[in-house]
Design a protein. Structure first.
Length: 336
């Protein structure tokens, strides 16, 4: 059976996911799209040569009879209403991060999903599908570096738009790390602190850049993450796990090494779409396969909630400049 998909929000990642479903993956077909900018939706239909209906808005699309699953790739503040509407309509939904902009919003989704009686939501945390992060997790799980003690990480973007402001370093950017470290270390966070180093001259008055986030897990692992979104030189994701017996580093993306003119040179990517292109493919294929079999395996609403709880504490720590506690309720049995 081909999964008939409807896309809400055809901007950067919505168009890219529509392309991969239409051209790269198997088992899915884009039959409907919408965007508050209807011209943008039509443009994506034309450029990808889709046989898809353009709907006036997301709620009309969700209600349509000929759609099996929904892809929510609109702006973060709209995610909660569309995910809740999809659950109410009995449709599987893949929602890009964040699941909702607050922990309370994520909890409303968790409760709706539990009431529906089966997992219907997958959150767009793609890093657990990245081959490099998988190698790192394998090394930790096999005990090859001993017990993990510390993590040093960095999330760097070359530039961000003018509308990107200080809390977005957490809710838009660090949120990937907040998800991936829980998965990597099989642990939850207990506290967060945010430090502001000297600011780069490439930022503006509403964005503190760079930032350093310090996290502590329940097992006492200490994590430092540099968020630097005007680093200029590239899109660069670093992660180094220090264990009792050794250190495991996230592999660099594959890139040609050239010896020429007395230089040894390689390329650093500049675009998140390219850095995680394979991970997005595997992630969305897993969603399509999960809908097909009735069993979703990717990041759950609970993972979206856990990341949001930690993000709320980090935003509070940005403002207070104090160490803030992170308290996670016990995971409901529903989420395994
Ligand atoms: N997993 C990942 O690595 C990434 C995830 N994202 C997430 O995906 C979401 C979209 O991000 P981008 O594509 O970069 O933004 P974007 O601004 O390029 O695209 C968002 C689109 O949604 C549309 N939209 C907004 N509100 C809408 C509504 N109520 N109904 C229908 N359409 C609506 C906008 O008109 C726009 O075309 C964000 O939540 C972002 O955090 C974005 C980039 C990477
Ligand atoms: O999700 C993403 C963007 O929204 C965000 O703005 C970037 O910082 C991330 O690296 C990218 O993966």
């Amino acid at each position: 059976m081909t999964i008939r998909m409807g896309v809400i929000g055809t901007g950067a990642i919505g168009a890219d996911h529509a392309r991969r479903i239409a051209q790269t993956l198997t088992g899915g077909q884009i039959v409907a799209v919408t965007d508050v900018n209807l011209d943008q939706a039509r443009k994506v239909v034309d450029s990808l040569n889709l046989n898809a209906t353009v709907y006036e808005n997301g709620h009309e699309l969700i209600k349509a009879d000929n759609i099996d699953a929904i892809l929510v790739t609109s702006w973060g503040p709209t995610h909660e209403e569309f995910v809740l509407a999809a659950i109410a309509a009995g449709k599987y939904v893949f929602c890009e991060k964040p699941l909702a902009t607050t922990a309370e919003g994520c909890m409303r989704i968790v409760e709706a999903e539990i009431a529906a009686g089966k997992r219907m939501v997958q959150v767009g945390f793609m890093r657990p599908y990245d081959s490099g992060y998988r190698l790192l997790k394998q090394a930790i799980d096999e005990g090859s570096i001993g017990q993990p003690l510390m993590v040093h990480a960095a999330h760097r973007n070359p530039t961000v738009p003018e509308a990107y402001v200080t809390p977005m370093a957490i809710v838009d950017t660090l949120i990937h790390e907040l998800d991936v470290f829980r998965w990597l270390l099989n642990d939850d966070y207990v506290s967060a602190q945010v430090l502001y180093p000297r600011a780069t001259r490439h930022t503006h008055s509403k964005l503190k850049d760079p930032q350093i986030v310090l996290l502590e897990t329940a097992r006492g692992i200490r994590i430092d993450v540099e968020i630097f979104v005007n680093c200029r030189y590239g899109y660069d994701i670093q992660c180094s796990v220090v264990g009792e017996e050794g250190i495991a580093n996230l592999p660099e993306p594959q890139s040609l090494l050239v010896r020429k003119d007395a230089r040894l040179a390689t390329t650093i990517l500049t675009d998140w779409k390219q850095r995680f292109i394979a991970a997005y493919d595997v992630e969305l294929q897993d969603f399509l396969d999960g809908v097909q079999s009735g069993t979703l395996r990717g990041a759950s609403s609970w993972d979206g909630y856990a990341a949001a709880v930690a993000a709320d504490a980090c935003v509070k720590a940005q403002e207070s400049q104090q160490i803030e506690a992170i308290t996670m309720p016990a995971r409901p049995a529903f989420y395994g």
